[in-house]
Design a protein around this ligand. Structure first.
Ligand code: SF4
Length: 297
């Protein structure tokens, strides 16, 4: 009996998974791939717009959704506030990424389960590049799913990604003008400068993040943790002095990075440094310091 195989590719709204989907069309046109986007319900408007643009080029994209999943399972609409309550009002953090499990992996797991129940073996295509040293940040579900990394197999590196998007008539997603990654508007992997810019670009989403941060202080157990870390709630960004300090620090980091590039003569056009696509190098991080590959890749 021939095996039933389902090829799936998760789009995060980030540049790498988007480029991978287009690259697969170019290089493996015979593969019948199903695309999916797991909408946490807290995505940036720019991400949703970009997914619509991708759909015009790729064809249908399944929208998996944590809120509707919970409705389907008869648990009512489970929004982030009620999830927070379930976690004793502890915000998710790098040490406890419960958000990724609830908002990203569970909806995918449900979809995968339905495919497995139909007798499919699943091949999941992931946009991890050949120049990425680790698979840090990639959370997966415990199911019989084979992960495939075509960029790694084909030696595709960061500098190839924009070319792939461009030759398919796509610009970088619009959020790159102020933020380095897709994912939830309140993602704790953001740099402080990105929180400042969230406030400027989407004040209502900044306010929402502030609300989540306040939580129910009567029920908070243990030390208080904020989106930006210990001791610095988002409302500190309303102080013009703190805001200016964060902007100045970021500008210094960018300058430092440009100087380093000049010294190493790694690129000819220093002015072409994009502070948001190069944010990891600017802050000496490897892929966001283990940031949420599952969410932004
Ligand atoms: S994008 Fe950030 S906040 Fe959202 S699920 Fe991923 S890690 Fe959590």
């Amino acid at each position: 009996m021939t095996k039933k195989i389902k090829h799936v590719l998760g789009l995060s709204g980030g540049k790498d998974s988007s480029a991978l989907a287009l690259y697969m069309k170019e290089t493996r046109p015979d593969l019948d791939i199903e695309y999916f986007f797991t909408d946490t319900g807290y995505e940036l408007p720019e991400t949703n717009e970009f997914i619509d643009q991708l759909e015009e080029r790729l064809g249908y994209i399944h929208r998996l959704n944590a809120k509707s999943l919970n409705n389907i399972e008869g648990r009512g609409e489970l929004d982030f506030k009620s999830m927070l309550k379930k976690h004793q009002n502890f915000l998710p953090s790098q040490r406890d990424r419960w958000c990724t499990i609830q908002l990203k992996l569970k909806p995918f797991e449900r979809w995968a389960d339905s495919l497995i129940a139909d007798g499919y073996e699943i091949y999941s295509y992931v946009g991890i590049r050949a120049d990425e040293p680790h698979r840090t940040g990639l959370l997966t579900i415990d199911k019989p799913i084979t992960t495939v990394m075509p960029f790694r197999e084909d030696g595709i590196v960061k500098s190839d990604i924009e070319n792939i998007l461009q030759r398919n008539g796509l610009e970088l997603p619009a959020y790159y003008s102020w933020r380095s990654r897709s994912g939830c508007s309140f993602c704790f992997y953001q740099k402080k400068i990105e929180w400042v810019r969230l406030k400027d670009n989407h004040p209502e989403l900044f306010e929402q993040a502030k609300e989540f941060e306040k939580g129910d202080s009567n029920n908070v157990v243990g030390e208080r943790f904020y989106w930006m870390g210990k001791g610095e709630p988002l409302e500190t960004l309303e102080d013009p002095k703190r805001r200016e300090q964060i902007i100045a620090n970021h500008e210094k980091q960018v300058e430092r990075f440009k100087k380093k590039k000049r010294r190493n003569a790694l690129i000819g056009d220093i002015e072409g440094v994009c502070e948001l696509t190069d944010i990891d190098e600017i802050y000496d991080d490897v892929e966001g310091g283990g940031a949420c590959i599952t969410c932004y890749k």
